[in-house]
Design a protein around this ligand. Structure first.
Ligand code: 5GP
Length: 175
């Protein structure tokens, strides 16, 4: 994209406040329990890092990586596991930490895969959820922001590996 414009959608302050709010809710729901936070690489790393530090729960972290976008702006619809977990999740309270849910295909696949490994419980926390774009409807127990159907970058989200370092979420527009 040669001429791109960034329009801020969610500011750094709004992100900080929302992450604190979500952490407080998760702290309440899992009081006294240990949880495993699973971040989906790479887009969820900043969110996991901030959410993980805002939680007071006893928590562990692990990572997995899927691929479906291949550096472009629309989903290929095929989800593959590129990096699997290190931890055996059987008997654990697992929370999948997602950056954004769009069609729901990635999350639906992940929920199915992780369920077969017999966690004690399995929930999903997504920072962003696009409105009106689902083709499948996996449950998402905690949602930070509902956003319009626009391509967004920042706070971990990229376009061809760029923009992940922005401290806010912006809509990427071609000019
Ligand atoms: P889904 O399988 O729900 O269609 O897509 C989920 C994945 O697609 C997200 O984890 C993210 O990697 C990517 N994705 C979906 N929408 C956007 C977007 O607006 N911006 C960026 N950077 N990635 C997106």
């Amino acid at each position: 994209m040669s001429n791109a414009r960034l329009d801020v959608l969610i500011s750094e302050e709004e992100l900080r406040a929302k992450v604190a709010e979500m952490a407080a809710e998760i702290d309440r729901d899992y009081a006294g329990q240990q949880v495993l936070l699973i971040a989906v690489l790479k887009g969820s790393v900043h969110f996991l890092s901030d959410l993980g530090r805002a939680l007071t729960l006893d928590s562990e972290i692990d990572f997995l990586q899927t691929s479906s976008y291949h550096g472009g702006k629309s989903s290929s619809g095929v989800v593959q596991i590129r990096k699997d977990l290190d931890i055996n999740i059987e008997g654990l309270h697992v929370i999948i930490v997602e950056d954004i849910v769009d069609t729901g295909v990635t999350l639906s696949h992940l929920r199915e895969l992780l369920s077969t490994r017999k966690p004690k419980s399995l929930k999903v926390v997504a920072l962003l959820s696009k409105t009106g774009t689902r083709t499948v409807y996996p449950p998402v127990e905690y949602i930070g922001f509902e956003i319009p159907n626009e391509f967004v970058v920042g706070y971990g989200l990229d376009y061809a590996e760029r923009y992940r370092n922005l401290p806010y979420i912006a809509i990427l527009r071609e000019e």
